[in-house]
Design a protein around this ligand. Structure first.
Ligand code: EPZ
Length: 424
C-alpha cells in the first residue's frame, strides 16, 4: 500500500499545465472502435482508469500502444463483442463501450458495471437509448446482451446523463440514418467527443447545446486528436491553493469549463484572473477564506458534482457557514467523516451538508473512500496545521496523475511512501 505524507501550512506558489481530462479520454478511447484506421491520441493522462480502458480495447482485438501521454489505437483487428465482468468492474464507466461495440459488431455482451462508492450507478438511460436506435437489449442474471444494427431515431433523455449521452452518440454514429438526442448532457467532455468524432469524418452537431444531431453511417477514417484539459483536476488544485493560500497559475484548461467553481472560490475571497489558456488564483494567507453561502451541484453548466468535495475541503477553514446540496449522486459525502477527524465542523442531513468554518484544520491520518473525496482530503491537508497521512490512493490514482507531483510543483510539502503495511 502507498500513502501520501502531506505537511500543511505552506502557501502554494507556482505554475503548471493540467493533465488531460479523464472524462474525455475514456469515451474517446471507446469511440476508437468506430474508427476506420489507426487513431493517435495526445495529452492522455496516465491513470488506472485509462489502463483499464486500454485492456478492454486489447481484449476486443485492437492493437494499442501507449508512450507517455500519447496512445495509438488500431481497431482494424477488433472482432470481439464480449467484455468480461472483471473488465467491466475494473473501470466505473465501462458501460461506455456498449454503444460503439454494438455499432461495430452488431452485438455486445457485457455485465452490469456495478455500483460504486458514489452509490447506485443505474444504466437504464443507456439501454433505453440503445433500444430507441432499433437494437434489441436483453437483460438477465448473466448480464446484458444486445443485438442489431443501430438505425437513426429520436432519443429523449429524462436526465441529462453524461454517459448515456455519450453512449447514444457513439451508437448513432455507427448506425444508419439521422439521430436526435434531446435533453442531452452539455458537459465540455461531450463537446470534445463530438470534435473527435468529426475528426474521423463523422457529422455530429449540437454538443454542448442540449440537443445533439448525428448523421450516422458515414465511413470513418483514422486520425489524430489532442484531449482537452481536465477541469476537475484544475478545480482540485485551485481548491488546494484556496485552502493553503498563495498564488498559483494553471494552464491547459479553458476557464469557462469551470466558471461555476471559480465563482464560488471568488465569493470565498480568492482573487481570480483568467485568460486564454490561463487561470490564476491568489489568496493572501493572512486573510481567511469567507463562507460561500450555498453550493448546489447540478448538470453543466451548473456547479459540477465532482468539484463538491474539493471545494468543501477548502471551505472547512473559513469565516461563516456554507450549505452544500449534492443533487447528482446518493452517496457523495464520504469525505465528511475524514474531514471531521481533521477538525472540520460539518453536519450532513440527506443531500444537505452544512459546513461551519473553523480557523484551521489539523493534520490527521485519513483514508480516501472515493476518487474526488481523496482529492478533497489532499486539499484539506495542504491547508491544515501539521502532517497528514492520506491512504486509499488506489481511488486517487484513478483520476489524478501523480497528485503529489502536481501539489509539489505548486510548492506543497508532500511525498508518496510505498510499501506501507496496511493496518491489521
Ligand atoms: C459522469 O458519470 C462522470 N464520469 C462522473 O465523474 C460525473 O460525476 C458525472 O458524469 C456527472 O457529471 C465520466 O464521465 C467517466 P451521469 P456518469 O450519467 O456518466 C443518473 C469522476 O469523479 N443516471 O451523468 O455515470 C445517475 O444515477 C466521475 O470523474 C440514471 O439514473 O454520470 C446520476 O444520478 C464520478 N440512469 C445522474 O444520472 C442512467 O442510465 C447523473 O449521472 C444514467 C445515469
Amino acid at each position: 500500500m502507498s500513502v501520501l505524507h502531506i505537511c500543511g501550512g505552506r502557501p502554494l506558489e507556482g505554475e503548471l499545465t493540467v493533465q488531460g481530462a479523464k472524462n474525455s479520454v475514456l469515451p474517446i478511447l471507446a469511440a476508437c472502435l468506430l474508427a476506420g484506421g489507426p487513431v493517435e491520441l495526445f495529452n492522455c493522462p496516465q491513470l488506472s482508469d485509462v489502463a483499464a480502458a486500454l485492456d478492454i480495447l486489447r481484449h476486443l482485438g485492437c492493437a494499442v500502444r501507449q508512450r507517455g501521454h500519447a496512445i495509438v489505437v488500431d481497431p482494424s483487428g477488433a472482432e470481439g463483442s464480449t467484455i468480461s465482468e472483471a473488465q467491466m468492474h475494473a473501470m466505473r464507466s465501462s458501460i461506455i463501450f456498449l454503444g460503439p461495440l454494438l455499432a461495430r459488431t452488431g452485438q455486445a455482451h457485457l455485465t452490469y458495471p456495478g455500483g460504486c462508492e458514489l452509490g447506485a450507478r443505474p444504466i437504464d438511460l443507456h439501454l433505453s437509448a440503445i433500444r430507441a436506435l432499433g437494437c434489441q437489449v436483453e437483460e438477465g442474471a448473466g448480464g446484458i446482451h444486445c443485438r442489431g444494427r443501430p438505425v437513426g431515431g429520436e432519443i429523449c433523455l429524462t436526465i441529462p446523463s453524461v454517459g448515456a449521452t455519450e453512449n447514444a452518440m457513439l451508437c448513432a454514429v455507427g448506425g444508419r440514418g439521422t439521430t436526435v438526442i434531446t435533453n442531452a448532457a452539455r458537459e465540455p467532455e461531450i463537446v470534445d467527443l463530438q470534435r473527435f468524432l468529426n475528426t474521423l469524418g463523422a457529422r455530429v452537431r449540437g454538443a454542448g447545446s442540449g440537443t445533439v444531431l448525428i448523421e450516422g453511417g458515414r465511413p470513418l477514417t483514422g486520425g489524430s486528436y489532442t484531449i482537452m484539459g481536465d477541469r476537475i483536476v484544475a478545480a482540485t488544485l485551485l481548491s488546494a491553493a484556496a485552502a493553503a493560500g498563495g498564488h498559483v497559475v494553471l494552464r491547459g484548461v479553458d476557464w469557462r469549463h469551470l466558471a461555476a467553481v471559480l465563482g464560488v472560490l471568488h465569493q470565498a475571497g480568492c482573487g481570480i484572473r483568467s485568460g486564454e489558456d490561463r487561470i490564476e488564483l491568489e489568496r493572501e494567507p493572512s486573510r481567511p477564506l469567507q463562507a460561500a453561502g450555498e453550493v448546489r451541484t447540478a448538470p453543466y453548466p451548473g456547479f459540477p458534482t465532482d468539484a463538491q468535495a474539493p471545494v468543501m475541503a477548502a471551505l472547512c477553514a473559513s469565516q461563516g457557514s456554507t450549505w452544500f446540496e449534492e443533487n447528482m449522486f446518493d452517496s457523495r459525502y464520504r469525505h465528511v467523516a475524514e474531514l471531521r477527524s481533521m477538525g472540520a465542523d460539518i453536519n450532513v442531513r440527506g443531500r444537505l451538508a452544512l459546513v461551519r468554518g473553523v480557523d484551521r484544520l489539523r493534520g490527521a491520518q485519513v483514508a480516501a473512500a472515493d476518487l474526488r473525496g481523496g482529492g478533497a482530503l489532499a486539499v484539506a491537508a495542504v491547508g491544515a496545521r501539521g502532517e497528514s497521512i492520506l491512504s486509499g490512493l488506489h481511488h486517487v490514482d484513478r483520476g489524478y496523475e501523480c497528485l503529489e507531483g502536481m501539489l509539489r510543483e505548486l510548492g506543497a510539502d508532500v511525498h508518496r511512501e510505498t510499501g506501507v503495511q496496511s493496518a491489521p
